[in-house]
Ligand binder design. Structure first.
Ligand code: GLC
Length: 449
């Protein structure tokens, strides 16, 4: 007993911790609130700001240790003459995306919206207007759900204290150097600034579907930032009060609360890692090319196949994919992004039924070697994503005999003749189209018994 007691106490206190709550929503209510998002599965992230002009990573201010004066040229130059949010929205919709999240403010501190609390905003650039409002109107008009990203970090605000990752972080990392740099800076004022701005974002633009707050990096030595720096509990209460239906990410550092976040955000992880998230509520955020902001010289763009794999693997593990575009400083998606989105549009036009409303397959169905399954619990249909098109012209589905009522290609609804295998009668053998359909990863739709 002596040995077990500490263990028991640990388990009890862990459970008590996990049960801590900020609000009083039930699991069923949360499920209902999140339903549209869970069904949607695919969204567009948009990182756009002054860094788009530097065109070498949205962290350029940090990476090159630029101060406010040195960064001013990007503000002075900002002039998105080709900005057409309706075109953005149509492109997102055509690619099959159901929602979007745009950076209202990134770590650099620049606001795309007309905030009363700063001059560092789009209205004071050559754009002369509230770009967030135009985005909201355009995306809403296309029937897409609308979200805002808002950076908790702010490398421009005079009260935001200098921490480990601030561009002006001291070289020697000593407490004395931090103290010297932070003289006169007051996080309480910055917290109020954030509350004011988030209030603006959540009261001046109608119904906002998602708020993506980014990010926490608590450190023992005090030179990071976490829930106390942001006033996270109070902030989340405010957000839920202003927009009761809103969906909020998990970067406020409120892990100890059961309702401190609505979804997890595995960032830029490999498809192999996504299996770990099965059973949780999550959205993986991914770039086309490594950087979130427009990066002219970054050329390691993911292929169409890699992007499809991300989407399919997310859904086959019960999660969402939010894929990022970094528009140029002129306000356009560049040709590489457009090409990638066009290819996705072609695939989604024919195959989106294996994505929307879908999740992982019931355990009794195993994917044929190398392929991936998704499943729609509402319609009872199972989808086999053919990663490797068999040259034999047939596909064996292990243990599926007697479980399938009808088999067809998803892209053209053409029937696939099926029969139990001669050698192993539990298996079902499908005869596939002689020639691989014109999709990188074709999909079979199985209507189950
Ligand atoms: C990271 C980065 C940031 C990006 C975000 C998207 O936290 O700081 O640049 O906006 O991830 O998930």
């Amino acid at each position: 007993m002596k040995k077990i007691l500490p263990l028991l106490l640990l388990i009890i206190s862990y459970n008590a911790m996990a049960q801590k709550r900020i609000g009083n929503e039930t699991d069923a209510q949360k499920k209902k609130r999140m339903e549209w998002w869970t069904d949607a599965r695919f969204g567009m992230f948009i990182h756009w700001g002054l860094y788009s002009g530097a065109a070498r990573h949205e962290w350029v201010k940090h990476n090159e240790k630029i101060d406010n004066a040195g960064y001013q040229k990007y503000f002075d130059q900002f002039n998105p003459d080709l900005f057409d949010p309706h075109k953005w929205a149509r492109t997102a919709k055509a690619a099959g995306m159901k929602y979007a999240v745009l950076t209202s403010k990134h770590h650099e501190g620049f606001c795309l919206f007309d905030s009363k609390y700063t001059d560092y905003k789009a209205t004071n650039t050559k754009a002369h207007r509230d770009l967030i409002r135009e985005y909201v109107n355009a995306f809403r008009a296309e029937g897409l759900k609308v979200g805002f990203y808002y950076s908790l970090l702010d490398w421009h605000h005079p009260d935001y204290t200098i921490d480990e990752i601030h561009p002006q972080s001291p070289a020697d990392k000593s407490d004395a150097s931090y103290a010297k740099l932070n003289k006169g800076r007051d996080m309480a004022k910055y917290r109020q600034y954030m509350r004011n701005q988030i209030t603006e974002l959540l009261t001046k633009y109608g119904k906002i579907d998602i708020l993506w707050l980014d990010f926490s990096f608590p450190r023992k030595d005090g030179h990071g930032k976490g829930k106390d720096d942001w006033g996270s509990v109070e902030l989340l209460k405010l957000i839920r009060k202003l927009q009761p239906g809103i969906i909020v990410d998990n970067r406020l550092n409120l892990e100890e609360y059961k309702d401190g976040a609505d979804f997890e955000t595995p960032e830029q992880v490999s498809t192999a890692e996504l299996a770990k998230y099965r059973g949780k509520t999550w959205e993986t955020c991914q770039t086309f090319s490594g950087s979130w902001g427009y990066y002219r010289d970054e050329n390691t763009w993911k292929t169409h196949r890699q992007l499809l794999d991300l989407l399919i693997t997310s859904v086959s593990n019960g999660g969402n994919l939010i894929l990022n575009v970094g528009p140029t400083a002129r306000g356009e998606f560049d040709y590489r992004a457009n090409n990638a989105l066009d290819s996705l549009a072609t695939w989604m036009h024919a195959n989106s039924r294996s994505i929307y409303d879908c999740t992982f397959a019931p355990d009794k169905f195993k994917a044929p070697e190398g392929d991936k399954l998704t499943y729609n619990p509402k319609t009872g249909r199972l989808y086999v994503h053919l990663y490797y098109y068999p040259i034999s012209g047939t596909l064996t589905l292990p243990g599926y005999a007697g479980k399938v009522r009808y088999a067809a290609m998803l892209n053209d609804a053409s029937e696939l003749i099926s029969k139990p295998s001669d050698t192993n009668p539990q298996d079902l053998v499908l005869t596939l189209p002689a020639k691989k359909p014109g999709y990188e990863i074709p999909v079979i739709e199985l209507t189950l018994q």
